[in-house]
Each structure stands twice: as structure tokens, then as C-alpha cells.
Design a protein around this ligand. Sequence first.
Ligand code: FEO
Ligand code: CA
Ligand code: CA
Length: 687
Amino acid sequence: MTGDQVSFTPGRLLPLLTHPSGRAATTCLYRCGNQCAHEAPNTSTNTYFGDVVQAVSRRGAFKAGAVMAAAAGGFAAMNALGGATATAAVPPALAGRGRPVPGTDFTPVPPNRADAVVIPDGWAQNVVIRWGDPVVPGAPEFDIARQTAAAQAKQFGYNNDFVGLVPQDRQGKRFLMVVNHEYTTETQMFPPGQYDPANPTEEQVKIGWAAHGLSVVLVEKQRDGGLSVVPSHYGRRITLDTTFEVRGPAAGSQYLKTSADPTGTKVRGTQNNCSGGVTPWGTVLSGEENFHQYFANSDKVTDPAERARLTRYGIGKGTTTRKWERFDKRWDVPSEPNEVNRFGWVVEIDPNDPDSTPVKHTALGRFKHEAANVKITADGRVAVYSGDDERFEYIYKFVSKGKYKPGTSAHARRHNSALLDEGTLYVAKFTGDSPAGQIDGTGKLPADGEFDGRGEWIPLVSGNKSFVDGFTAEEVYVFTRQAADKAGATKMDRPEDIEPNPVNGRIYAALTNNTDRGAAGKAGVDEANPRVGNKNGHILEWAEDRDDAAATTFSWRLLLVCGDPATADTYFGGFPKDQVSPISCPDNVAFDPYGNLWIATDGNALGTNDGLFSVPVDGPERGQVKQFLTVPIGAETCGPNVTSDFVTVAVQHPGEGGTVTNPQSHWPDGGSNLPRPAVVSVWRKRR
Ligand code: FEO
Ligand code: CA
Ligand code: CA
């Protein structure tokens, strides 16, 4: 990438002020409205199995359940096929030796604080696209000093998160790349003296609207192995001004009607698109996550029921950080009380059809969706897994009523997309199989050697039928968090990405952290969330009974309890801890074609840069975490894709905590240039 670089005199590197999340204060403010500095909105008293009396009394049932699971194809059966059990002793002298694990045969990158993407020896990298680069045909060159909303609406947006690659050929050479732009950091987006956070101009606010949403570009593998953007008619920006069709059972709901849309079926825009998933039918699902921070003055609402709903979703009180409410009343809750209910959905984009109207799928419920990933059930229906990323929130599954039609034709895309409009929405309840007294909050393994147990999917709603007392179906869809409270779901340590493993069929969830776990007045530890003040997060793995994504019961265990392997509170699937890379705050997950899990981190609480890690999940190397790359100072690693010959990651918020006068990073353009969020591809050099 050359040209259109704007540089300013760099200031000295300031110490990064960090929040409990491990991120810089600026990132917390702009990404999630300082969510972790506020009380977690889940103050519900729903039961969770960490309760000592309940857990002990149920223990017999858990063991019976585990036996049933093994017979039905749970972990025990899978391990018989896949290799050693999680607790099998691996002689330290042999561990990590012997056969290289396909897909993970690289020398790990050591922890570091470099202002660079650091990759293993023998690999190469390039920047595929960065903030401001052209996306839509005819987009103007990026000029930060003269940026306009009209230009930004044709250029790559800010803070790239999810990266979906939708294949365009059988050779694996061309893909439609769909990228989420989660949020804006206005203090790093305008030249010195141009942006006053207390008084942004209308044009600056509109640049923010245009920098949100998604980008679609065609990318092609180059002769050397990296990806490059190819100009095409597929180039598309979706922003806060793009019209979305609301579909599913809550379309037209009384809670979705506004003065601009009295039908409750057409929403202007999407925002806070965090992670997502590529569907088997060639579209992209994207989760609207921290939408709460854009809405002002919820404290002026007087109706008690409405207030309770706003509070449960953490909707902003007083003015907002970005002051958008000054330029459009839809951001002012008292003026337009239902606008807030039009965000927090899973949206679907069809990148193959640049003229398609994107969709908000209400059947998947409304919460702070991190992502959405599909698994086909044993009888050919579609299951979608999604986490609600906030402290003490829940894990959800949707199972369609209708059956999937294989293929990616326009007809198959239409048919399969419509499946997401009718089905059953569940929330997860996890039960441990060890006595509660053995889950002491330190991370020490219980006597049976694993944090593990059984789980059930509690139905919340199906079509027009609610299963939650006191809630109509419409209310379950729009106020899903409160319905899940009532149903007794398990409060988790910030559920981020959840994805099915295409090789072993099991499901993997990143629980990124929760420093409030076990704090006074908060939910205590349980076997699925076993550490008090969980700073480093963990990885949860489960097997649906009969390996059927439509099952309503499952077996689960923790694959990783993250952190510094030198500390006693960590666990690496039973693998020797002196032979793994430190890992902290797992966020996005992906699988390579061999079924190895790849984990991107956000907010490394161990003091070094975030990274991308591989970990085998079966065989003797199960738990062998290896750091594949690290991202520049202040950045989080997002959107990994791992193929047999290249890897992509999104580098989000490089230089967080800095400003235009004191940038903390100069990646990717170097020199004294300002940092720019960008997507990177990495490939093995030819030998
Ligand atoms: Fe946007 Fe849950 O990370
Ligand atoms: Ca156990
Ligand atoms: Ca994330």
C-alpha cells in the first residue's frame, strides 16, 4: 500500500491507562461505553449451579448424565476416535515432539510489545485493506485532512473486526471478503485541532455513521500467496444509513415502530457489528453488539417497565460520548423510545448480490450478539450459536423449523436465509459434575481432574409460542435478556465467539474474562466459570448429545483456563504447561481444515500485545497452545480465517489510548503516520 499517507509529529509514548478489561481507557470508552466500569446489567437473581446446596444435591444426576452422554456419543466416545482423553498424562519429555500437528507446524512467536504484526520465521505478510481504502467503485482516495461522510461511505470503514471469506471458485483463489466495522474512535480519526469531543460537527458525526457497518470487497490470492483487493462490482459499503429489512416473528412488533418507520419493518442501518460467521449457503451473519452506548438520556424515561428494559440492556444515561443525539433524534431515547429496540440483532448480508437488502433476523433474539455461527442438525435443519458478550450474560442457540437446502445458488441463499425466521430459541444452562466445594475459585482442578459436566438448552420461544412465564413471544424476542433471566440460564464470563468445529463436531466458546466473578454481591464461581476475578478468560467445549445440533442436552468441559502457564490457576487441556504459549482474553475463534482451534485475543492481561494462537483439540497435543502472530501496540486481534495455505486477521484499534497528537502506534504505514485499522494476510513463503 502506498500513497495517501498523512503524518503528524509523533508524541512520546504515554503509559497506557488500562481498565479492568485490560484494554486502554480510550478503547473502553469508544468501543463499549466503558461497559466494564459500570455495574453489569444482569442483576437478576436467577439460579445458577454454583450454588453449593444445589450442586451437591444434583451430583448423582450429573454422573448419570455423563454416562448417558458417553453412550450417546459424548466426549468419551469422541475421544476413542480422536485420541487421548483430556486428562491423559503426556510425558513431558515427549510432549510437543513426535509428529508435527498438521496446521500448527510453525515456531511460536514470543510475547512482545512490538509495533508490528509479528509472524513466525518462514512466513510473509501484507496489508490487504485498511481504513479509508477504496471499496465502492469510484471511491475517492483517502485524505484524512479533508474527509467527508460521502467519501467515507465509499471507503473501508473503521475498526475492522470480523472477516468472512466467501469462496468464489473451487481453487480457493478468489473470495468475497466481508468485514465488520465495529465502532469509531473519533479522537484518532481527524487531524489535530479538528475534532472537539464536546462539540463534534454534523459532518464529523456523519463520518462516524459512514465508518460503521460492513464492507464487501473481492480479494484474490496473489502468486506469492497473499491476498489483494481486486476492483469489482461486488464492492459495497453498508453503513448506518443502509436500509435493513426486519424479518421473523418480531417484524412489525409494537416495540419496533418509530416515527420514521411506523411499520416496524425497515431499519436504517446496523452498528457495532462485532464478529459473525459465514453461512453454508454463502451469506454472512454479523452480530450487533455494544449498541447501548449510542443512545442518550434513558434516565429521562419514566415508565417503570420501559426503564427496567433499558437498564437491563445498559442503555446510556445522559449524553453520549459521540453526541449523535444532537443531529438525529433517533439516538435520544425519550424522543424515539423504540429506536433502541431496532439494534441488538443478528443481521445477514448477501455479498454475492450487491443490490440485496440486508436483513435483521428477529427469531435469533435481541441481545449484545458477539457473533453467529451455523451448524446443520442431524435431520438437516439449521442451528445458530450466539453469545451475549457482557459480564454474567448467556449463551444461546436457535434451531430452525425448516430444512437446509445445500448449495449457494440464489435460490438456496433465499431458502436458507428464510429458515432463520422460524424456529426455536434456547438459552444454555451448565451444570458441573464435581462437588461445589471443590470449585474453590482459584482455578484448582476438582478431584475428577476436569472442569466439566452436563448442560441443557432451555427453550425460550418458538414461533408465536413463549415458554417463559409472564412474557409474550414478542417480548421474548425483543427483550431476550430478561426472558433468559426468568428461565434460569447460567451466567457466564462474557461469552464471545462460539463456533462448531467442522472436523470433530464439537462446539467451542471463548469466555473472554469477568473480573467481577465472585465479587461481593455478584454471582460466585461455578464449574463452568471457575475463577474468582477471572482476568484471563477460558475456552469452553461441548458435545451436543448424539452430535446433533438440535439436541437439548450436551456434555461440556473446559479446554483451556487461560493465563500465564507459570501460574497455578491455568489449565491447557492436560498438556504440559511448560510447553505452551501464554494466552489471555480469548475472543474470536476459528478452525483450520485439520480441526485445530485458532484463538484471537483481545485485552491481553499479561502485559504484552494481543495475538493469534493455534491449539489442537484432539490427540496427544490437545491443549498445546502456540502463538502464531502478534498484533501492534494497542490492537486486538480479530476475524481470523485459517486455510491450509494462508491466514487472515483484522487488526482492530492499533494505537488505542493514543490521540492524533500522541499516537501510540504508527502501524501499518510506519514513520510518523497515524495508525489505521487494517486486514492482514499471512502466508508461508515458498521454500
Ligand atoms: Fe466486540 Fe465482544 O467484542
Ligand atoms: Ca468435574
Ligand atoms: Ca469480539
